[in-house]
Design a protein around this ligand. Structure first.
Ligand code: F6R
Length: 602
């Protein structure tokens, strides 16, 4: 998804030790992970200088001046196309007719066609096909009518329908003006200047003091400070929060890819997730954030992609503990068609806390009187603010588009949540939880996924099968594989194999079978024999190697653990297999084509 960056130094006498262009370019590079196809910056001085380019950030770097640019304030943008294909013209920032206002925007302006027709009829000339470009022209109209900058900005925003985060700079002005409606925007209060961005990592190297802008609030970042006001213009006092993520955590730390770094961070992420929430002696889990939530009559989990797979896993756990629970794709959640009331707990599982479909489902549930809970990684995210309760998974920043450590942390958080709400906690459960980080570390240290990936990197497709609690992980393993290898991959319950997918199985389609515990080994071995008979190579991910060794070509071992946690361990091997396959194929692992980290449009 698009990324916004903005910066105003506290000193504009050119003795500031931070060059605006550098701050903006660094920020854009930190936002690359969100996915983009073009990028640009605008710096305001007596006039506004705009530099923008289709393609990678390196293209923009070649275009911008070498060395510092004098400027009062600047904005930048990475664009993920919606209205109009990727091109130099469609890249942000966009300007008004005489180039004295520059605007960057995330989200979608639903009424842009009407506004554009109106502006064109009044003589405005447009350079791009974007919805965004109506904003600078609307601002220009008000400025021509004599409005001051702030009023012109507010009036333009007032005309927009849709979801957006917008930032603008003006010739001759030292300020960045910004606002948001259902699209994230966070402000950073640094010693040398004030920042704004779609996401904290974009300015984390300068400051950990942040303010989360709320819907319909306006921010003015000037050398004098940050002023936040509501829709009517009344100044509001917003809390400044300290972000616990450190810049090192948000960097690559010597790994070739963020994805590999984040896979390797799972032991730490899980330790953080359970810290202070378990008591091994008593065999209990207690989650402060759940105070005030009683055992619900039913649970709905709403989520997308990887988070949906975590939800499928959790729904099983809740059901096993006696609470009817269903996982819904957030985009398919039709609260009107399912029973929902004050005894229904609707859990939005979303690492970013900004996924438009998940937020839409949560809002719908809220309107219908359900109690809502966000299980998220991002403090201050929209999901955390709009729900009745929030439980943080504490995975730390995840930069790679493919979710890895956040999935593990979601599973752990949801397992703890289920043990609390169903009252099914035991000493074995808590011991299992506590052992997970070391067990994952042992998989990371000993996995043979690299060798296996080398052998099968040129396969036609991959199938991943599992049963019971491992079935959601089979779906997740296939999703990871397709996201970063660009190869067809499909996951399904082992029992479904002969109901269709078997027709596709050949010697060029490795089948990865998750065999956990002897209890499901017999049925899984049946599946392995079926695919072996079609000459497909079989890779078993298992905690029972002795049981399956005669039926598998390769074995990826996982340690034995409590039944709830085997899928979490199995998934680590699947992540590594996907990573090393994509690496062997030379794919763009952290930023797979066409994908975005945070999907803030429906
Ligand atoms: C896959 C992936 C996506 C996200 C999905 C939901 O690796 O990252 O499928 O899981 O877009 O995102 P969140 O969890 O931020 O709501």
């Amino acid at each position: 998804m698009c990324g916004i960056i903005g910066y105003t130094p506290t000193r504009t006498d050119h003795h500031s030790n931070r060059d605006i262009l550098n701050v903006l370019m660094d920020g854009l590079s930190d936002l690359e992970y969100r996915g983009y196809d073009s990028a640009g910056v605008a710096i305001a001085n007596a006039s506004v200088s705009v530099y923008k380019r289709n393609g990678e950030l390196s293209e923009l770097e070649e275009m911008v001046p070498n060395g510092p640019i004098d400027g009062y304030a600047g904005i930048g943008h990475t664009r993920w196309s919606t209205h109009g294909p990727p091109s130099d013209e469609n890249a942000h920032p966009h300007t008004d007719c005489d180039g004295s206002v520059a605007v960057v925007h995330n989200g979608i302006i639903e009424n842009y066609r009407v506004l554009r027709d109106e502006l064109e009829a009044a003589g405005h000339e447009f350079d791009s096909e974007t919805d965004t470009e109506v904003i600078p022209h609307l601002i220009e109209t008000s400025l021509e009518q004599g409005a001051d900058i702030e009023t012109a900005f507010r009036r333009a925003i007032d005309r927009l329908n849709g979801s957006f985060a917008v930032a603008a700079v003006f010739s001759g002005s030292e300020a960045v003006y910004a606002t948001r409606n259902q699209s994230p925007l966070v402000l950073g209060i640094g010693d040398d200047g004030y920042h704004l961005a779609s996401d904290v990592p974009a300015f984390l190297e300068y400051t950990d003091q942040v303010v989360y802008l709320q819907d319909d609030q306006f921010a003015k970042l000037s050398p004098a400070g940050v002023e936040i006001s509501d829709k009517r213009g009344t100044v509001v006092d917003m809390p400044v929060k300290t972000v616990e993520w450190d810049p090192e955590e948000a960097g690559k730390s010597g790994y070739d890819h963020y994805m590999l770094k984040e896979i390797n961070e799972q032991p730490r992420a899980i330790r953080n997730c359970i810290r202070g929430r378990t008591d091994e002696m008593a065999g209990t889990v207690s989650i402060d954030e759940l105070d005030g939530i009683d055992r619900p009559k039913r649970i709905h989990l709403v989520s997308c992609g990887t988070s949906y797979h975590a939800s499928l896993y959790a729904a099983r756990l809740f059901r096993a503990g006696g609470i009817p629970a269903t996982a819904f794709y957030a985009s398919e959640y039709d609260a009107g068609a399912v029973p929902i009331d004050g005894d229904t707990l609707v859990i939005g599982v979303t690492q970013s806390g900004e996924t438009a479909d998940t937020l839409g489902a949560l809002r719908d549930a809220n309107r219908r009187g359900a109690e809502t809970l966000a299980v998220t990684n991002v403090v201050g995210s929209s999901a955390s603010r709009e729900t009745d309760h929030v439980m943080y998974i504490r995975a730390g920043p995840e930069i790679s588009v493919a979710a890895t450590k956040t999935f593990a942390s979601q599973q752990v958080a949801l397992a703890m949540l289920s043990s609390t709400l169903t009252d099914e906690c035991s000493r074995e459960f808590v011991e299992g939880l506590r052992a997970l980080p070391d067990q994952i570390q042992s998989i990371l240290d000993q996995s043979r996924a690299t060798e296996i990936a080398d052998v099968y990197a040129n396969s036609d497709a991959y199938f991943v099968i599992g049963r019971g609690y491992s079935a959601p992980v089979a779906l997740e393993g296939a999703l990871k594989m397709k996201e970063i290898t660009y190869k067809h991959a499909e996951g399904f319950p082992g029992g479904e194999l002969k109901h269709g997918p078997l027709a596709l199985v050949t010697e060029r389609t490795p089948v990865i079978a998750i065999v956990t515990g002897e209890s499901n080994a017999e049925e899984m071995i049946g599946n392995m024999k079926e695919v072996e008979a079609r000459e497909a190579p079989v890779i078993a991910v298992t905690d029972s190697p002795d049981v399956v060794e005669n039926y598998a070509d390769h074995i990826l071992r996982i340690p034995q653990t409590a039944w709830q946690f085997t899928p979490i361990l199995a998934n680590v091997q699947l992540q590594l297999l996907a990573y090393w396959t994509a690496n062997q194929l030379g794919r763009s692992i952290d930023k797979p084509r066409n994908l975005a980290k945070s999907v803030t449009v429906k």
